[in-house]
Design a protein around this ligand. Sequence first.
Ligand code: SF4
Length: 477
Amino acid sequence: MADKKWQEFGYPARLEERLPDDVVRCHLSPRNCRIRPGQHGFCMVRANRDGRLVSLNYGRSVHATEETIETEAVFHYEPGARILSMGNIGCMLNCDYCHNWKTSQARYVEDKDVFYYTPQEVVDIAKRHDIGVISWTYNDPVVWHEFVVETAALAKEAGIVNLYKSAFFISEKAIDELIPVIDIFSISIKSIDPKYYRKITKGWLEPVLDGTEQVYRAGKHVEVSTLMVTDLSDNEKTAHDIGAFVLDRLGPEVPTHYVRFHPDYKMTDTIRTPVDRLEAARQVGLGMGLRHVYLGNVYDTDSTSTRCHNCQELQITRYGLNAEILAVSADGTCTKCGADANIRRIPGGSTRPATVPALPASGSFDTATFDWYGDVRALHVQVRNDSADVRRVYHRRTHLGAKEAPWAVLELQPQESYRFIAAKSELDERGVAVAIPPGCTSSLHQVFDRAHFPTTAADSGSLNADVTPLPLFETRG
Ligand code: SF4
């Protein structure tokens, strides 16, 4: 039996209702679980200890990870921005196709996968690495409510933007607590079909739609994404119904993403979403009057780029999880026609790591390399400095031709562990190289589709124990 010490500590929970006989009710998600002493709620990370509601996952996390804002299906807020992604344990839903089931379903989480953070430590990591956005993501931030609210408030005081990526099955009262501290909501609406929600997610639809409208009306930056599941929701009716919701209850400027699915968790007897169905869905959305409709988890298509809704100027190009701003001014308008590009900018833009043209001649390094293959076009690189001194790790993209990219510099404090994403950024790219100095160690983790947190290292024997089946197959045609 794997160790589960992470469950032992209970942090006082918000949104508690005390009932007779030491029973409590949790009002964090619409389930409103009624929990008897010694029991836990549906999410398995909120429990009744001695008649009080507690959070079992406060400060318990997967490894903090530097990514880009595009990994969160956010295309209209400082494109290309570096973010610090924070995921946790548990979920208020149990979707049959969950891409992060190893962490969202608490029964699978073992102590070896859990990292411990305080709110101040999270903010300090972001500041130390000059990252302007913290993203609450992966499994789902709803069930991490206390830690998110407290940390996001600290981050906001430090001038850091907070992004909330969620399936948003959450109560109105909990949203009221998020609104003062969260700037961006990237909301995954699975379908507009109530039966789909009950059957596939084990939740229900109405609170998701109401909550999305609530944050939009509060003036927050909102983007909507829908996973188009093969033969289930990858049809034009889904695209139309999602588009109608965005147009009726939000606004035409809200970016809408139709996202490619891969088989996973309990839904393995199927195939990836055929790209032509995604392209057809996008045309439905554009035809209805949505200004910005994108495809997700799809490469080599113009359907991930941004064009001005007024003059059609190409404003932003994207390749995978990378973005390049071409024609958007610092105030979020089109540089060609001056129209509002519906893009929010961070004053001063997004920082980039320092680079050097070559590794220091005086240093000795172990070099780890990884080549992109099949649908694996992103990698989490985890590095740790076990020495007593500051160390510098270097990393860069490798290419199929003679092109030599500069080395990005990552400075690690003594005993610091850091994780960052490297994602394929152009067609002729071969992969990634990481140069590790003495006293440091590294592990590589293959990322399959965005917002996926892999728990298994690439060299540990199994390709990806948390992605099933192996991700090399394509569509049936
Ligand atoms: S967060 Fe939702 S699922 Fe978890 S205990 Fe509270 S009401 Fe139940």
